[in-house]
Design a protein around this ligand. Structure first.
Ligand code: PGA
Length: 249
């Protein structure tokens, strides 16, 4: 049985007042159910980790630098993330690949830094609307996987999130068949490259406009082990039904 994971990406939303959402979410964790990860903005990481300690909610960062330390004003290293008490870090989100021009090579370095700091990397990959229209989805996904996933992956240090760029924040969601096609493709690629044990153990999350009313359908796919949720993770009242749908899947 693979780990199920419901991860929330708060993006650039929330100040300390938002941490009350962690308390509101805590009663919705299911015993022996999905792992719940909340990725707040960096300034909240330490306080979030302190607040979440007793609840079993895991805390993650939204990014880390691709080097361990140095003269990089404003950046945050993986070790600094780990030092806050966070245990996960999102890397390669399309908003970073786009707005910060992160390449697959950069993302690969970030994953290595995450692992070196003892963090679990949530590696994001996904095609643009143009890629899909041109029938290039699997080529893009395959290229991102081979380009941004280092060889030293283990069964426990990585989670992969498939996030079609055109579905993020748009309310558009791929059909279940389209989700199944990509997730099955990713699973096969992982098994081919890393072998059965590791390839089958890596949780694959779907992300892009996951909401309480579509989560149950998305979680029907055999190779969907959870979700990376943006907008609907900001309020416990929206995120809790997504966790419940995953627990029931
Ligand atoms: P969304 O964002 O759920 O708001 O579409 C998902 C993500 O970017 O991880």
């Amino acid at each position: 049985m693979r780990r199920k994971i419901a991860a929330g990406n708060w993006k650039m939303n929330g100040t300390a007042a938002a941490l009350t959402e962690l308390g509101a979410l805590a009663p919705h964790l299911v015993q022996d159910g999905p792992d719940v990860v909340i990725c707040p903005p960096a300034p909240l990481l330490y306080r979030a980790a302190e607040v979440a300690k007793a609840s079993g909610i895991h805390i993650g960062a939204q990014d880390c630098h691709m080097q361990a330390s140095g003269a990089f004003t404003g950046d945050i290293s993986a070790a600094m993330v780990a030092d806050t008490g966070a245990t996960f870090v999102i890397v390669g989100h399309s908003e970073r690949r786009d707005a910060h021009e992160e390449t697959n090579g950069d993302v690969r370095q970030k994953v290595k830094c995450a692992w070196a700091a003892g963090l679990t990397a949530i590696l994001c990959i996904g095609e643009s609307g143009e890629d899909r229209a041109a029938n290039n989805t699997l080529d893009i996904i395959g290229g991102q996987l081979s380009g941004s996933l280092p060889d030293a992956m283990t069964a426990t240090n990585t989670v992969i999130a498939y996030e079609p760029i055109w579905a993020i924040g748009t309310g558009l969601v791929p059909s279940l068949e389209q989700i199944i096609e990509v997730h099955d493709f990713i699973r096969t690629r992982l098994i081919t490259r890393f072998g059965d044990d590791i390839g089958n153990a890596i949780p694959l999350l779907y992300g892009g406009s996951v909401k309480p009313d579509n989560a149950e359908t998305i979680f029907q796919a055999e190779n969907v082990d959870g979700a990376l949720v943006g907008g609907a993770s900001l309020k416990a009242s929206d995120f809790a039904p997504i966790i419940a749908a995953l627990a029931a899947s």
